[in-house]
Design a protein around this ligand. Structure first.
Ligand code: ATP
Ligand code: MG
Length: 884
């Protein structure tokens, strides 16, 4: 069975059990402060478990792209060394939202594995939660009773809280789980040791493939558990591991999920993959075959390697792969980029986003690789220097801080540094390295700490209604609130049943405004400083102090946004749409949005494009956008358009954005700009008034950034420029043609400069002639020791050289006060250097003491500068004496 068939059978099986098949959410998690990447199938359904939204169906199944490289689940360091943990993997899952529970989940899992996939029953083991007295949860008797007739008692393993109790986070839905493990060892080995003893023992061929989670509790902030009103099923099966089991392989990398990519790596490196557990070339190939998936799909989902947050995680994954390729497969040129086409083809049907952006992804990876390879070379050189310095000083160990720095800056893991060190007979301070690593972790943990309190529920609601497309104010009720302690201090987060406040998303920043409450006879205002989304909740954030008293006793509020600010935001948001369309018209259809910021002050738009946008192109784009503004095109806003219909309208969707089955479509002229968008917009483009670019530049490889202002800000910008021009005219005494006047000034300056140069040269000639009259001889040398006037240190040097050319055998000391800075020059003839062992550098240093300065140079010529011009004559007198 091929991997595609295996995936399809899973989806078909659950479809036949009345499940709705849905799309994978993007790799990068959106609107979830607790999660950077989707790391399990359930992440996109969190809200349904929390009761904050209604699922599209009670039974759902899919394959979800997951990434486990940060936070609670981090498998990065295992990847390559073992054969069944990946950074990115697919998690096949089926869900019940308050519908079926343990019985169906267990029977169907068994049916699928043994009847559809025909896995041998005697190679499967299951685990059941044994209970936990501290947590006050009992043994999962229900699951035990269901499994017993299916697998038999001796194939059931009892698991503790760590392995068999699943929690979404510190708080939230949780419950016991049952895992299914498979034993893939050869029969001969099975006979020697029963598989049951190897379950959960990190054996590469006795692995967990499926986890069935039964959510029945809610964990509160104080640690206690409440039963959930509706019970849910959440299952996750590792697709690559399943393929290994069905295709009877001993490693995920031997399945057709990876063999295509490994084949290309073999061709590129000329080394063949032997599948050994510990040989570094094999480890390297696994690392590369794994990481290219994580990196490519993350970029296809809108992420760019960078130095911050999620972008940094991707950068580190890519670097890890490049470094392994460099060290163990001899790749010194970008190679990861060459794997992208194979991967894109392989996944074109399941995850078309990669194939659709193949060239873009390959280019971003190529540039990132090239720049890291340069860093790597520099790192190796540095390491070379460190090791040879150590060898010279007789040291035997590279200290922990250095190992850490190599790791942090150059992506050298400590084992590579250790390896290189060992080749040179040195070792590394592993403990010191671990300490530095720990300190860094501490630092980032401290940065991230925040304490989130439990929600205080005030009114029961089913979901939040956003009324902000039509209203700027609304009567509402407070549904719940909580207190959050973070770096900024204490905040109150408030959820309303309905609200006109737009929560930050799609680049548009959150609304500010106020909530008005009647307290007795008074009206109390709660200031809202920002509005954010958390999954499907709209959270109003207030920095006001001590709100409990008010919030606990009042639920009716009048919610009002700051309308002027919102209008300015809308100007910028609609302008962004006009800009996007104009860019595609002028630069080409490859232009895709890669990020944006829409605020009241300005807009920023990042897009894929491989060259600088020329001034000409910018001018064209700006002209088109302003034309569209003057056309005063009416907004056409359509809500709840079926996604397929929206696409057929040619609506531009963003990769990496999660769209539901129904979307909102924003059109400014169906032939010009049609976009899927949840933001707020102007009623007609004329309101934008004016659009002006403020900058164009590069954010990273293949991505350009444009910044612009609209409406009043655009006018202010023009006014400011006009004012500068007016001041300039005034300075120039109001010429008819300012440009010409400035040009004249510059020409004049140029001519004056030339004249000065001629005059200075003449003057120097005179000084030279003068000096030649002052030559005297001592001990068979010509000697000149004089104080002169020259315009610069360069002129002083020139003069010394000119005199040497004229007079052989010249010993010279010149001093000059150049604009208050004393300068000395010393020139010695060869024979003084040879026979008397003199050095101009030593001499000038000695003389420079008199002018409180220092200097140096070659044996025959040296200069010095000082700070005390009154010492010049003393220095010269000393020179005269020394040259006697
Ligand atoms: P393990 O103990 O093997 O790391 P887990 O307990 O972390 O697994 P779950 O969080 O229960 O796994 O995820 C559900 C399923 O996803 C697992 O049964 C496994 O098949 C698969 N899985 C988990 N992590 C990975 C990974 N890093 N790479 C590939 N598959 C994975
Ligand atoms: Mg794990």
């Amino acid at each position: 069975m091929t991997s595609s068939e295996i995936r399809q059978h899973f989806l078909d099986f659950f479809q036949s059990k009345n499940h709705l098949i849905v799309q994978s959410a993007p790799l990068v998690a959106k609107n979830d402060p607790t999660l950077m990447f989707n790391n399990s199938g359930m992440a996109q359904f969190k809200d349904f478990f929390l009761g904050n939204g209604t699922p599209p169906a009670k039974r759902v199944a899919d394959t979800q792209k997951c990434l486990r490289v940060s936070g609670k689940h981090n498998d990065l360091e295992d990847v390559g060394f073992d054969t069944y943990h990946h950074t990115m993997f697919e998690m096949l899952g089926n869900w019940s939202f308050g519908d079926y529970f343990k019985k169906e989940a267990i029977t169907w899992a068994w049916e699928l594995l043994t009847e559809v996939y025909k896995l041998p029953k005697d190679r499967l083991y299951v685990s059941v939660f044994e209970g936990d007295t501290k947590d006050n949860v009992s043994f999962d008797q229900e699951a035990w009773d269901l499994w017993k007739p299916i697998v038999g008692e001796d194939r059931i393993i009892l698991g503790n809280k760590k392995d068999n109790f699943w929690e979404m986070g510190d708080t939230g839905p949780c419950g016991p789980c049952s895992e299914i493990h498979v034993d893939l060892r050869p029969q001969s080995e099975v006979e020697l040791k029963p598989g049951k003893q190897l379950v959960n023992a990190d054996h590469p061929q006795v692995v967990e493939i499926w986890n069935l989670v039964f959510m029945q509790f809610n964990r509160k902030a104080d640690g206690s558990l409440d039963p959930l009103p509706a019970r849910h099923v959440d299952t996750g099966m590792g697709f690559e591991r399943l393929c290994m089991a069905i295709q009877s392989k001993l490693s995920n990398y031997d399945t057709d999920v990876f063999t295509h990519t490994i084949k290309v790596i073999e061709e590129l490196s000329g080394i063949s993959y032997k599948g050994s557990q510990r040989d570094y070339p094999d480890v390297a190939m696994r690392v590369i075959a794994d990481h290219i998936r994580a990196v490519s799909f993350a970029i296809a989902d809108g992420l760019v390697p960078s130095n911050a947050r999620a972008g940094y995680v991707i950068r580190r994954i890519l670097r890890r792969a490049v470094r392994y390729g460099y060290s163990y497969l001899g790749f010194t040129e970008p190679f990861m980029t060459k794997l992208v086409p194979t991967l894109a083809m392989q996944f074109a049907d399941v995850f078309p986003e990669l194939n659709a952006q193949r060239d873009f992804v390959a280019t971003v990876i190529r540039e990132e690789e090239a720049s890291f390879l340069r860093t790597l070379e520099n790192g190796l050189k540095l390491l070379d220097k460190i090791t040879s310095d150590l060898a010279q000083s007789g040291g035997k160990e590279i200290d922990g801080e250095t190992v850490f720095e190599l790791n942090d800056t150059f992506g050298f893991p400590s084992d590579l540094t250790a390896l290189i060190a060992r080749e040179k007979g040195l070792s590394i301070d592993e403990a010191g390295f671990q300490k530095a690593l720990q300190q860094q972790k501490e630092r980032s943990r401290k940065d991230a700490t925040s304490a989130t309190g439990d929600w205080t529920e005030l009114t029961d609601i089913d979901g939040v209604e956003f009324v902000g497309y039509d209203q700027t104010e609304a009567e509402a009720r407070i549904a719940k609130y909580r207190k959050v302690q973070n770096k900024q201090g204490t905040q109150y987060q408030i959820v309303l049943d309905r609200t006109p406040f737009y929560a930050e998303s799609g680049g548009q920043i959150g609304d500010t405004g106020s909530l008005e409450l009647r307290v007795g006879d008074e009206t109390v205002l709660i200031r809202i400083a920002d509005t954010k989304k958390e999954n499907d909740l709209i959270i109003h954030i207030s920095n006001d102090k001590n709100l409990e008293e008010i919030l606990d006793n009042h639920t009716a509020v009048f919610a009002k946004i700051d309308t002027n600010r919102r209008v300015a935001i809308e100007d910028n948001h609609s302008a962004t749409h006009l800009l996007h369309a104009a860019l595609r018209e002028v630069l080409g259809k490859h232009v895709g949005q890669k990020g944006s910021y829409v605020g009241p002050d300005a807009l920023r738009f990042d897009f894929s494009h491989f060259a600088k946008v020329t001034d000409d192109e910018l001018a064209k784009v700006e002209r088109i956008v302003n034309e569209k503004i003057r056309e005063n095109i009416q907004l056409n806003e359509r809500r709840n358009v079926p996604i397929d219909e929206a696409r057929s309208l040619g609506a531009m969707a963003l990769f990496g954005e999660k769209y539901g089955d129904f979307v909102r479509v924003i059109t400014f002229d169906p032939n010009y700009s049609v976009e899927l968008c949840g933001g707020t917009h102007v009623p007609a483009t004329g309101q934008i008034g004016l659009f002006k670019f403020t900058s164009e530049g590069s954010v990273s490889t293949g991505i350009r950034r444009i910044e612009a202002v609209t409406a009043e800000k655009a006018l202010a910008l023009l006014n400011e420029q006009q004012a500068t021009l007016d001041q300039l005219k005034e300075l120039l005494k109001a010429p008819k043609d300012v440009l010409k006047a400035v040009q004249n000034l510059m020409d004049e300056r140029h001519q004056l400069q030339k004249k000065i140069e001629v005059l200075e040269a003449e003057k120097l000639q005179k000084v030279k002639a003068d000096l030649l009259t002052k030559v005297y001889s001592a001990n068979g040398h010509f000697v000149i020791v004089e104080r002169i006037e020259v315009p610069s240190a360069d002129a002083l040097k020139q003069l010394a050289y000119d005199l040497k050319a004229k007079l052989d055998n010249l010993a010279l000391v010149l001093g000059s006060d150049i604009n208050g800075k004393p300068q000395l020059a010393v020139m010695l003839p060869d024979d003084l250097i040879k026979t008397k062992n003199l050095h101009a550098g030593t001499l000038v240093k000695e003389l420079a003491k008199e002018i409180r300065g220092g200097g140096g140079g070659q044996p025959f010529f040296a200069t010095a500068g000082g700070t005390d011009a009154t010492g010049l004559d003393r220095a010269l007198a000393k020179g005269r004496e020394l040259l006697q």
